[in-house]
Design a protein around this ligand. Structure first.
Ligand code: MG
Ligand code: ZN
Length: 366
């Protein structure tokens, strides 16, 4: 009997362990509306990936638990319950559902759609993207390019010359300087005033806001977080400060934890774990900037679930065993976390296209 009581006590004590939650938002006075938007996309990150991240990092210790507002989105594309990242990101960037594989174009007549990044750029806001994939990969591409098929990567790279993006940090340099058509896109960008750098060091970049820049972190795809890729959190923070200097009208920054998806496709739990740690640190940087700035809305979501991840009973009561049901994407709902001015508009359950509309309504435009 005493043993049972003791066991019960231990269990209840364990359950009652308080998480440090929402201690940030009370301390900060936010503006009524945001001037800046940071949209952080965990590719392939839905509720089970976020759950795994929380238990791996330590409950109460993650950035996810600092958000006062959480919603859910329905990730399906226009004709498929299971979306891909092209249709998924186009829903965020253009506010319309399209068919899988399309980049910034709407089915069935394949009309290019104006993205929020392009529109805000045209309104004089500074714009940037920081990712852990190559520049023409589906998610960043869907904010700046317009192509029928995501595999048209050489053509997608050309679209980077059409929008005066203030900065890009990510991989895929060979799409710009070693092309089958022999065009030197780096040279074209330099002629437009861009500073082009290679590597993961932020030194030598015009972070004072004096020029636009591209920092290529890899010739092809950047390494995995489990192979010691580290740049995403610091790059995100520095780009926030940089974009703030680039325009007093505000900025739009898209940050992608691109490889959460790839880890799930590979059903690789160690890779997924490293990517979630990296993405959590990145969100932390965005939140710290938002707290200092007071006029920044931070949105964190995924484009879809990947791997059919389940958190099953683990080797001990405090550990889970991640089990993958598939090597493909699934149709599970995806959580949306919002922080800062007008965060409350992201409450509820809605289509992925609403994220686009909610960003505009938060800004007070349209
Ligand atoms: Mg992606
Ligand atoms: Zn995927």
């Amino acid at each position: 009997m005493r043993l049972i009581l003791l066991l019960l006590l231990i269990i209840f004590a364990g359950c009652a362990a308080p998480g440090k939650q929402n201690d940030l938002q009370q301390a900060v006075k936010f503006a009524e509306r945001p001037k800046n938007i940071i949209l952080l996309i965990g590719d392939g990150m839905a509720l089970s990936q976020v759950s795994a991240g929380i238990y791996w990092i330590g409950t109460g210790k993650t950035s996810f638990e600092k958000f006062p507002v959480v919603g859910f989105h329905k990730s399906h594309s226009c004709d498929d319950l299971v979306t891909d990242s092209a249709a998924g990101a186009t829903a965020f960037s253009c506010g319309q559902k399209t068919t899988n594989g399309m980049i910034g174009m709407i089915a069935p007549d394949n009309k290019p759609c104006r993205t929020i990044l392009e529109d805000l750029d045209a309104r004089g806001l500074a714009t940037g993207m920081v990712v852990t994939c190559s520049a023409p990969h589906a998610t960043p591409a869907s904010f700046i390019a317009h192509r029928e098929i995501r595999a048209f990567t050489e053509e997608i790279a050309l679209d980077y010359l059409k929008t005066p993006l203030d900065c890009f940090i990510g991989g895929g340099e060979h799409y710009f300087n070693d092309r089958p058509d022999k065009l030197d896109l780096e040279d074209s960008l330099r002629q437009r005033g861009y500073v082009i750098r290679r590597g993961t060091s932020l030194r030598g970049l015009p972070l004072d806001g004096s020029a636009p820049f591209m920092l290529f972190t890899a010739d092809r795809e950047p390494p995995t977080a489990s192979a010691d890729r580290k740049y995403l959190p610091a790059a995100t923070r520095n780009v926030c400060e940089y974009l703030k200097k680039r325009s007093d009208k505000g900025f739009f920054l898209m940050v992608e934890g691109s490889q959460i998806d790839w880890a799930c496709h590979a059903n690789d739990r160690n890779w997924l774990r490293a990517e979630l740690f990296d993405f959590d640190r990145t969100i932390k940087e965005a939140l710290e900037f938002a707290d200092m700035d007071g006029e920044t809305l931070v949105i964190v979501t995924g484009d879809h679930e990947c791997g059919g991840l389940a958190l099953t009973e683990g080797p001990s009561r405090r550990e889970f065993k991640p089990v993958f049901a598939t090597r493909l994407h699934t149709a599970a709902l995806v959580p949306v976390f919002a922080y800062g001015p007008m965060a409350e508009v992201f409450n509820g359950l809605y289509d992925n296209t609403e994220i686009y509309k909610k960003m505009w309504s938060a800004l007070g435009v349209r």
